[in-house]
Design a protein around this ligand. Sequence first.
Ligand code: RP5
Length: 154
Amino acid sequence: MPLVAVVMGSKSDAEALKPTLEALDKLGIDYEVSVISAHRTPEKARQFGLEARGQGIEVIIAAAGGAAHLPGVLASWTTLPVIGVPLATSELKGIDALYSIVQMPAGIPVASVAIGTTGAKNAAYLAAEILGIKHDGIRKSYEKYRSDLQGANQ
Ligand code: RP5
């Protein structure tokens, strides 16, 4: 059963999210992928947020470019942790998305990772850290990843 929901604002975001899916695959974390636009399909966003916990989801990774309201909108409909990934899909190269995600008003938190590929990868690793609190198998595979990083730096 998927523990992570990876949600993107547009089909055009799929390429940018490949590093997230690859990292989740390597860590052995089950996930589902959805395309939901907070402005084109707001009702779908609402339903998704309301139903996620009941579907067994424990962490939501939400990626969007431009005004990037998707992570905040999903967070408004759930108390699951939401990790926002700002994508460089607009003329402002992701600065707009970063500010949109990181500047959530007090009360509805959204964690933000970096713009682009770095953030896409770190969203998966942050999800692993959150899930690792409860899931020993995920914690162990994430700890192995971290330990391999040390080896790669020798
Ligand atoms: C955002 O607008 C999406 O997340 C995407 O990054 C950007 C452009 O979307 P499309 O117009 O290509 O669907 O909502």
